[in-house]
Design a protein around this ligand. Structure first.
Ligand code: ASP
Ligand code: MG
Length: 414
C-alpha cells in the first residue's frame, strides 16, 4: 500500500461536477488500497475575488485580516470535497491549516511553513478516514491564519508529502504535464515525461506556471517525487524527480518566456567601490527582487548598470534609482517596460559547449536583438523586445529540436 498526497488545483474543484470528479478519483485510489491525503485549492477565481473584495475595503492592504479573508476560499472547497466523498460512502474529514496544524512564520501573504503536525493525519489514515486539507494556509506563531503566497497550495501539498513521507505527491491540474514550451505558443511542444528538480526549478522561476517555485524547492530538499498530471484524464503526466532518476540529461529540456519583467539602465555611474551597493541596497530594502544585472566599464571610466525587476515594481524601482543617481553622481535612469525574458533550460548544458552561442545565433537569424543576458549552470536567459516573445520561443524550440516532429539527434542528447 502506497501513501499518496493528491492535490487538486482551482480548476479541478471549479464547480460541483468537478468536485464530484475529484471525489471519484480519490475513492478509486483508495479502492486500489492506497492511503490518500487530499489537499485542495480554492475554487477557480475565488482567491482573486476575495483579494479584490479585501482591497476594495483597504486598498493599502491589511496583512492579517487579508489572510483571514482569502483563506476562506480553501475552507469552502475542503468542506465540499469532504461532503462529496461522504456521498460516495468514503469516510473523510476536512481540515484547515490551523487544525492540522501547518505551522508557519508570521509573514502574512507570503508565510513559510516551519512544521507540519502529522499525528492527527496519521490517526485519521489509521482509521481509514481521508484527511482533506486546505492548501495555501497555515497558522502563524501567534495563532493567526497565514497564507503562503499565490499558488501556495502546491507548496502545502509537497510539505505534507515530505512530513508524511508519502510515496508520491500528485499535483492534479488543468494541463496534463510540463511541456517543452507553452503549447499555446508552440503547437508542436512535447510533454516531458521526467524532469529533474533543478530543471523544474529553473522553469518554474522563469515563468512556467505549472508549479509554484517554492514547492519545487521543497520537493528537491526532501526528495519528494512529484507527479504533475491532469485531473480530467488518466494519462501519465510529468514526473519531477532527482537527477539520477531523470534518466537522460538533455542539453535543452525546455524553452520558457516571461513578460513580467522591466529594464532599468543607470548611465554614467562613477567607477568606484560602493556604487553597486549604493543602488541595490535600497532596492533590496524595498523588497524589490532584482533579476538580471549587467555592469560594464566604458572607455571614459564610467560604467553603465542595467538590471531587471518585476514589471509591477518598475515605478518604485525607478524612483529609488533616480534618488541614488543624484547621490552618487551618475547621469540618468532609463526605464523600459516593453521587454521580455526568454530562456532555455537543460542539465546537459553543464557538459556541452556552445549552447549559448547557438541560442544567440537562432535569435539573430530571426532578427531579434538581445538586450541583456544572464546564465546559470543549466540556463541561459536573453532579454528581448516583448513583441518578439512568441517568435523567439518558437525559434529556440525548433532550433534546439524540441518539437514533436523533430528528429532526435545524438547532439541533442548528452
Ligand atoms: N488559492 C490560492 C491561489 O489562487 C492558492 C492556490 O491555488 O494554490 O493562489
Ligand atoms: Mg496553482
Amino acid at each position: 500500500m502506497a501513501l499518496l498526497v493528491q492535490k487538486f488545483g482551482g480548476t479541478s474543484v471549479g464547480d460541483v461536477d468537478r468536485i464530484r470528479n475529484v471525489a471519484r478519483r480519490v475513492a478509486a485510489s483508495r479502492q486500489r488500497g492506497d492511503g490518500v491525503v487530499v489537499v485542495v485549492s480554492a475554487m477557480a477565481g475565488e482567491t482573486d475575488r476575495l483579494l479584490a473584495l479585501g482591497r476594495s475595503v483597504t486598498p493599502q492592504g491589511d496583512g492579517r485580516e487579508m489572510d483571514q479573508l482569502v483563506a476562506t476560499g480553501e475552507q469552502v472547497s475542503v468542506a465540499l470535497v469532504a461532503m462529496a466523498l461522504h456521498a460516495l460512502g468514503v469516510p473523510a474529514r476536512s481540515l484547515l491549516g490551523l487544525q492540522v496544524p501547518v505551522r508557519t512564520d508570521g509573514a502574512f501573504g507570503r508565510a513559510r511553513i516551519t512544521e507540519v503536525g502529522t499525528a492527527q493525519l496519521r490517526a485519521l489514515l489509521d482509521e481509514g478516514i481521508v484527511p482533506v486539507v486546505a492548501g495555501f494556509q497555515g497558522v502563524g506563531p501567534d495563532g493567526s491564519v497565514t497564507t503562503l503566497g499565490r499558488g501556495g497550495s502546491d507548496t502545502s501539498a509537497v510539505a505534507l508529502a515530505a512530513a508524511m513521507r508519502a510515496d508520491v505527491c500528485e499535483i492534479y491540474t488543468d494541463v496534463d504535464g510540463v511541456y517543452t514550451a507553452d503549447p499555446a505558443i508552440c503547437s508542436n511542444a512535447r510533454k516531458i515525461p521526467r524532469i529533474s528538480y533543478e530543471e523544474m526549478l529553473e522553469l518554474a522561476s522563469l515563468g512556467a506556471k505549472v508549479l509554484q517555485t517554492r514547492s519545487v524547492e521543497l520537493a528537491m530538499k526532501y526528495g519528494v517525487a512529484v507527479h504533475v498530471r491532469s485531473s480530467f484524464s488518466d494519462g501519465e503526466g510529468t514526473w519531477v524527480v532527482g537527477e539520477e532518476s531523470a534518466l537522460e540529461s538533455v542539453v535543452v529540456a525546455g524553452v520558457t518566456a516571461d513578460r513580467n519583467v522591466a529594464k532599468l539602465a543607470v548611465r554614467a555611474v562613477p567607477d568606484r567601490p560602493g556604487v553597486c551597493a549604493a543602488l541595490f541596497e535600497p532596492l533590496a530594502a524595498a523588497g524589490i527582487c532584482v533579476d538580471m544585472i549587467i555592469q560594464n566599464v566604458s572607455v571614459d571610466g564610467t560604467t553603465d548598470l542595467t538590471f531587471t525587476v518585476p514589471r509591477a515594481d518598475l515605478l518604485r524601482a525607478r524612483t529609488i534609482a533616480e534618488r541614488v543617481v543624484s547621490e552618487i553622481g551618475a547621469r540618468a535612469v532609463h526605464a523600459e517596460e516593453s521587454v521580455a525574458k526568454v530562456s532555455i533550460v537543460g542539465l546537459g548544458m553543464r557538459s556541452h559547449a556552445g549552447v549559448a552561442a547557438r541560442m544567440f545565433r537562432l535569435l539573430a537569424a530571426e532578427g531579434i536583438n538581445i538586450e541583456a543576458i544572464s546564465t546559470s549552470e543549466i540556463k541561459v536567459s536573453c532579454l528581448v523586445r516583448d513583441r518578439y516573445l512568441e517568435l523567439a520561443v518558437r525559434a529556440l524550440h525548433d532550433g534546439f529540436g524540441l518539437g514533436r516532429d523533430a528528429p532526435e539527434t545524438d547532439a541533442e542528447r548528452a
